[in-house]
Every structure is written in structure tokens, then in C-alpha cells.
Write a protein that binds this ligand. Structure first.
Ligand code: AR6
Length: 196
């Protein structure tokens, strides 16, 4: 990786609600009204100011579609903002999941750039309740962040927050792979069967 880019990407293990960054990204659902997993943890730690702004966004635009993102205050969190993005539910990999997951990262980063936020922390969008395979999700996250940072000055730094040891390893692995490499799973031509 380009060394200046490498300096702008970090991996940390732990609870994203504790991150002192300009924005943490929430793995939300399209209602924007909260839920379990990291979404529940963010709303609990950040308090009602986040939900109030989510409700106002719902009133304006009717929630948030899969792959899109919206931004609110961080409320009581150490982070000043929360970027809420809605990841795809894993459905076998043939339902456009990878493009939607990539869009989550790009649209979240677009908001960070637009607000000139210096630092953004991402959890593994879709890799919990939504069931996205973690290795592929980490590769997509790393690819999208690299591409975005290479083309934009903001955010200066992106932190991948791994909730556990396994996820931390997967991010480390994805960062050591050549840019644009995504583990093959589906859609590859299979060798022709041997006949006769
Ligand atoms: N800090 C960092 N990562 C976390 C934390 C935390 N505090 N808690 C969980 N993770 P998930 P999804 C990791 O299920 O799959 C909600 O109900 C977790 O280990 O939170 O996108 C929403 O409302 C996993 O790797 O999000 C939606 O309905 C990753 O965060 C739905 O779940 C994402 O897991 C979204 O499902």
C-alpha cells in the first residue's frame, strides 16, 4: 500500500462507542429507530439526542435505504457525530450484497468528507445480525476505504474497530492483501466438466 495511505488507516479492537473520533459509523436498520448489536450500544451510550435527530430525518425522508447513510449528533458519546448506514442482509451473495455493502462505506465516507471530519471509526457493517461473511466484508471495507482516502483529503484517518480477536485478524489480513483483491466466492466461471 502507498505508505501515506497506510498511515491513514488503523485497526483497533474494542467497543466503538468508546472511540474518540469525529464520527463513529452505526450499523443501523432502515427505520433509524435503533435495534440490537452496535446500533443498540450506540443509542444507549449516546442518549436520546441521537434518536431525536433520527426521528427528524425519518420525518423528512422516511428512513434510510440499504446502502445509504445519514448523519446525526454523537449526543453523549466521545464521538461528536454518528453516521448511520444500513448494510445489506446476507442472502447468499447473489442479491447485490457486495455492491450494497461497498455503497455503505462510500456513502458514509462521503458524509465525513462533506462535513470535513478528520477521523471516522467503522464497525463491521452487516457482519453481526445481518450475517455477512466477515472475511469478505473486511476485504470490501478495506478496498472502499483505501479508494476513498486515495482520492480525498478528508477524513484524514479511518479506524476499523474489531469487536473481537477474529475480526481484528481479518482486518489485518485484508490490509496486507493487494488493493482490490476480494476473496472469490460467487460468480466465477467454473472449469468445464470433463466429459468422456
Ligand atoms: N463495538 C464495535 N463493534 C460491535 C459492537 C460494539 N459495541 N457491538 C457489536 N459489534 P450488528 P449488522 C460488531 O449486528 O450485522 C441491529 O439490530 C459485531 O460483532 O450490530 O449490520 C440494527 O438495528 C459485528 O461484527 O450489525 C439492524 O437491525 C458488527 O458490529 C441490524 O442489527 C455488526 O453487527 C444490523 O445488523
Amino acid at each position: 500500500m502507498d505508505s501515506s495511505l497506510a498511515n491513514r488507516i488503523e485497526i483497533t479492537q474494542g467497543d466503538i462507542t468508546k472511540q474518540k473520533v469525529d464520527a463513529i459509523v452505526n450499523a443501523a436498520n432502515s427505520s433509524l429507530l435503533g435495534g440490537g448489536g452496535v446500533d443498540g450500544a450506540i443509542h444507549r451510550a449516546g442518549g436520546s439526542a441521537i434518536l431525536d435527530e433520527c426521528r427528524a430525518i425519518r420525518a423528512r425522508q422516511g428512513g434510510c435505504k440499504t446502502g445509504e447513510a445519514v448523519i446525526t449528533t454523537g449526543g453523549r458519546l466521545p464521538a461528536t457525530h454518528v453516521i448511520h448506514t444500513v448494510g445489506p442482509v446476507w442472502n447468499g451473495g447473489q442479491k447485490g450484497e457486495s455492491a450494497l455493502l461497498a455503497a455503505c462505506y462510500r456513502n458514509s465516507l462521503r458524509l465525513a468528507t462533506g462535513h470535513q471530519l478528520a477521523s471516522v471509526a467503522f464497525p463491521g457493517i452487516s457482519t453481526g445480525i445481518y450475517g455477512y461473511p466477515k472475511q469478505e466484508a473486511a476485504a470490501i471495507a478495506v478496498r472502499e476505504v483505501r479508494q476513498w482516502l486515495a482520492a480525498h483529503d478528508f477524513p484524514r484517518t479511518v479506524v476499523f474497530v474489531a469487536f473481537d480477536e477474529e475480526n481484528r485478524r481479518l482486518y489485518e489480513q485484508a490490509l496486507t492483501l493487494p488493493a482490490l483483491f476480494i476473496w472469490p466466492r460467487v460468480g466465477l466461471a467454473r472449469p468445464a466438466p470433463c466429459v468422456g
